[in-house]
Design a protein around this ligand. Structure first.
Ligand SMILES: C/C(=C\C(=O)SCCNC(=O)CCNC(=O)[C@H](O)C(C)(C)COP(=O)(O)OP(=O)(O)OC[C@H]1O[C@@H](n2cnc3c(N)ncnc32)[C@H](O)[C@@H]1OP(=O)(O)O)C(=O)O
Length: 354
């Protein structure tokens, strides 16, 4: 009788059997398709605290009842970064498990916040765009509008448009005239003469710094001191806790044969870590939204995520008299000073005077 566990026999069997594949290829998506993501996820206190703790998001309003109440919450709410990451993690099985790259995201909004732990998420995505990659014949570029809803009430809690490179079943001919080719014409960097850092983290500090910069050829821009080296928890555990099944984060065997040679950090962990560094130098009141997010290169185990902030504008208008609204550009970078993520963020920042 054949012993199927004999290594040579088993190796032959593995070569001959069909693999039950996971995920979808570019050709499987049609504009207008709506995909309901089966896995639900209850936003638990443990999940929220694990995410916030590991990404250095230590704002007391998300940890302590008295601090939460003082900021107008009933209790410590679900952090918007964890809500965003969970809303995306659940979708990976249907949208991007086949592989490819999470390129970027825009119009991230939280119409139903604050959200409290115990809320069950139901997530759906609509294909909003499909494009040929002019630089990578083996991939297409797909964008989806995703909505994470309260499964009980149907209220939209988190919504965004995201873009991934998705493998094609059949490569197509391209002219190679894409962004990568265009970027080869190296422009001289045009930086201002001076960089100004706000004195503190209150709304008034950002306004004062912007006014000072307005009088000079200057920008309000600074770096944050903290860094977070990526380890097995940030690279593999955090995405899996959001049901993100992308092999990039947990299958070392497959990834050893990829450009990174190793598992890579979930984009939402990279960006949340950088945002955590930035928030540690400001008096955040509420998160409003995120736009123009891009992931420039991968982050792997052993890489350290740092953050740089540029203040773009400040407006004395917010959901509470206690705050004003500030728009930032945040850039996450690694130990070699390479940008790995960038995006704009609009947040309400507490006023000093109240
Ligand atoms: C979730 C999830 C997975 C993850 O979280 S993976 C971790 C996060 N993502 C990454 O680590 C990707 C990091 N980025 C890269 O390594 C490089 O950008 C990449 C993807 C290798 C591409 O490098 P290139 O030098 O080829 O970059 P290009 O700038 O030429 O871009 C290639 C084409 O993509 C288009 N594109 C780029 N960014 C965007 C964007 N934000 N929105 C729309 N399109 C974008 C760009 O225009 C180029 O188009 P072509 O027509 O010229 O090919 C999960 O699995 O879901």
């Amino acid at each position: 009788m054949t012993d199927w566990t004999d290594p040579d026999t088993f190796a032959q069997a593995l070569e001959q059997v069909e693999t039950k594949e996971k995920g979808s290829c570019f050709e499987d998506f049609e504009e207008g398709d709506v995909i309901e993501h089966d896995p639900g996820l209850t936003l638990t206190q443990f999940g929220n605290e694990q995410w916030m703790g590991q990404t250095l998001n230590h704002d007391p309003a998300y940890w302590r009842t008295d601090a939460a109440e003082e900021r107008g919450f009933e209790e410590p709410p679900v952090h918007p970064d964890y809500l965003t990451a969970a809303t995306l993690g659940i979708t990976v099985e249907d949208l991007s498990e086949k592989g490819g790259y999470f390129l970027g995201r825009t119009d991230v909004r939280f119409p139903g916040t604050p959200v409290y732990t115990g809320t069950e998420l139901h997530v759906e995505s609509e294909v909003v765009n499909r494009a040929t990659s002019s630089s990578r014949p083996e991939y297409g570029i797909v964008s989806w509008r995703t909505r994470g809803k309260d499964a009980e009430t149907g209220e939209v809690l988190c919504s965004y448009e995201r873009t991934n490179m998705i493998p094609r079943r059949e490569p197509v001919a391209t002219d190679g005239s894409g962004a990568a080719a265009a970027e080869e014409e190296d422009d001289e960097p045009e930086l201002p003469d001076e960089f100004i850092a706000p004195e503190g983290g209150y709304f008034e500090d950002f306004v004062a710094a912007l006014e000072e910069a307005d009088d000079e050829n200057a920008a309000v821009a600074y770096r944050h001191e903290r860094g977070r080296t990526q380890d097995d928890v940030t690279v593999a555990s955090l995405p899996l806790a959001t049901l993100n099944t992308a092999k990039q984060h947990h299958n070392v065997d497959v990834m050893s044969d990829s450009p990174s040679g190793d598992i890579v950090t979930y984009g939402d962990v990279t960006r949340s870590t950088a945002l955590g560094h930035a928030r540690s130098d400001e008096q955040t009141w509420r998160e409003v939204g995120f736009d123009d997010e891009s992931f420039h290169t991968f982050v792997a185990v052993g890489d350290t995520v740092y953050a740089f902030t540029r203040v773009l504008e400040a407006e004395d208008d917010a959901s509470s008299d206690e705050a004003g609204t500030v728009t930032f550009e945040h850039i996450a970078f690694n130990q070699d000073d390479e940008p790995v993520y960038s995006g704009t963020r609009t947040a309400e920042i507490r006023k000093r005077s109240n």
